[in-house]
Design a protein around this ligand. Structure first.
Ligand code: ZN
Length: 206
């Protein structure tokens, strides 16, 4: 792509570094911003800088939160004996949208993936095991996508929990293999949480 301006080229380059944004889309977005009043760009830059500079993660579940304990963890109406283990906050948002789940969450921050160099130590697994050791949690629901990385992560956590008094279950696989939770429709996702199965039996069938 040939640019008539170095400034334009730089802006397009930066935007195109975002996932799912190619050079053409980046150019369209940049030209759009260029046509808007300066405040648009200022608000956008400020919101992103503020987010990056001030973002907090819930000290219990690692969800993004403006407070030390997120709204879900701090809500006394939620069932604290039930913890749903998810990959990232998009999954929390997807499950919350179903209105079918009243427990808490634990956001791992990814999945174990040797290909991408992500090991157990890069994820929020130690804090999960410590949460279980505290004794309040009675059931963990694994809700990672059913990919090889998801299964590896579930199994790794399962092994870490050996000897601890906690039930493990996995969401029913109404969601087909490889589907990301985020994209599952709300009814299917809600049902798969209600119809969860013991983790041990899910291992035998796979
Ligand atoms: Zn929380």
């Amino acid at each position: 792509m040939e640019f008539s301006s170095k400034l334009l080229e730089n802006a397009v380059y930066e935007v195109s570094q975002l996932p799912g944004i190619g050079k053409r889309t980046a150019l369209r977005l940049v030209l759009h911003l260029l046509k808007q009043p300066l405040e648009r760009t200022e608000h956008l830059s400020n919101a992103l800088l503020k987010l990056k500079g001030e973002v907090n993660f819930c000290k219990q579940c690692h969800n993004i939160s403006d407070t030390e304990l997120c709204e879900i963890c701090a809500n006394p109406k939620r069932d604290e004996s039930l913890v749903c283990v998810v990959e990232d906050i998009r999954d929390v948002m997807a499950i919350e949208n179903t209105s079918q789940y009243n427990g808490l969450y634990h956001v791992l921050g990814g999945k174990i993936s040797p290909m991408e160099g992500i090991g157990p130590q890069d994820l929020n697994i130690v804090s999960l095991v410590n949460r279980v050791k505290e004794g309040t949690v009675k059931e963990l629901i694994f809700a990672l996508s059913s990919t090889m990385e998801g299964d590896t992560t579930n199994f790794y956590i399962y092994r870490q929990l050996e000897g601890l008094e906690v039930t493990t279950s996995t969401i029913a696989r109404g969601i087909s293999v490889g589907d990301e939770l985020e994209y599952a429709d709300e009814v299917t996702l809600g049902r798969s949480i209600l119809n969860r199965v013991p983790f041990e039996s899910s291992m035998k069938t796979t």
